[in-house]
Design a protein. Structure first.
Length: 284
């Protein structure tokens, strides 16, 4: 793909099933701080494709990045079929891609997706949406990316990452992109899809109180709603960045889910062995 950069990790010599990843804000595909660097061990059996969304990482500049454009890129990366993983903003992009082309998806994993609008009936989510909409309308066009980076981290009690050129570029793209939290997402195709689905959330223990209130509680409520709406499992792990803080649990869950998705495709799908402990359960 010429127009977006994709980091590829593959220990299978091209023979393993592909798994496509979409990252969130302030980051890029193989970033160690917020991206998917900790998922690299999964390349022993899978071809991992970590997309840098437009305007991020080593992908070309774009005036305003957009989850609809991300979905087009993800669909192309899925090729003739693969597993799809999205975090935060990338979770919304993955939802849109999977709803458009469920025939190309083997499994769908959403890590704390920012799809707030479908769950707007929940009072915590409704309050978060109101805050987000107000903040977006008040953001000046010439707002410095350094300030946005601090406002997204230090203002909520989190340590700010080093303002490297790549991080500042990601911050500039993040504050200019189309808001993901207001995306209208058709959930019916996802609920009807036969492949396995999983929501992953942190329990937000140890998070700064303001960060937990403004981000954690709405994201947990959103994940619970989506899991119920599309018939997904819901895995909750300690902390607030599941794939970076708890990679062992997340990677194990991905292997289990991907194995079921591959089995469904080749007709050999099986559930966990009798008596085996499960980290999550499928919703009916």
């Amino acid at each position: 793909m010429d127009d977006v950069h994709v980091t590829q990790w593959d220990g299978t010599a091209g023979r393993g099933p592909r798994a496509v990843f979409a990252h969130g804000i302030l980051t890029w595909g193989d970033d160690e701080r917020y991206g998917f660097a900790a998922q690299r061990p999964l390349a022993d059996r899978y071809r991992l494709l970590l997309m840098d969304r437009r305007g991020y990482g080593r992908s070309p500049d774009i005036a305003h990045s957009d989850y609809e454009a991300d979905a087009d890129d993800l669909i192309r990366l899925l090729g003739d079929g693969g597993h799809l993983v999205g975090h935060a903003y990338g979770g919304v992009s993955a939802l849109v891609a999977a709803a458009r082309r469920p025939d190309l998806v083997r499994s769908l994993t959403l890590i704390q997706p920012g799809a707030l609008r479908p769950a707007a009936g929940h009072p915590v989510v409704a309050a978060a949406l109101e805050r987000a909409r107000k903040a977006t309308t008040q953001l000046p066009e010439d707002y410095p990316p350094e300030e946005f980076l601090r406002a997204s981290t230090e203002a909520l009690g989190m340590p700010a990452p080093e303002p490297t050129p790549r991080r500042l570029r990601a911050a500039a793209s993040s504050m200019a992109e189309r808001p993901c939290w207001d995306a209208e997402i058709p959930l019916e195709p996802l609920a009807a899809a036969p492949w396995p689905k999983l929501l992953i959330s942190g329990d937000w223990a140890g998070a700064p109180p303001l960060y937990k209130e403004y981000a954690g509680e709405p994201l947990i409520a959103c994940a619970e709603f989506l899991a119920e709406a599309i018939g997904a499992g819901h895995l909750v792990v300690p902390g607030y960045y599941p794939h970076t803080q708890r990679p062992a649990e997340v990677n194990a869950a991905l292997r289990e889910l991907w194995g079921r998705g591959d089995g469904l495709r080749d007709g050999t799908a099986q559930g966990p062995a009798g008596g085996e402990r499960r980290d999550f359960e499928d919703r009916p």
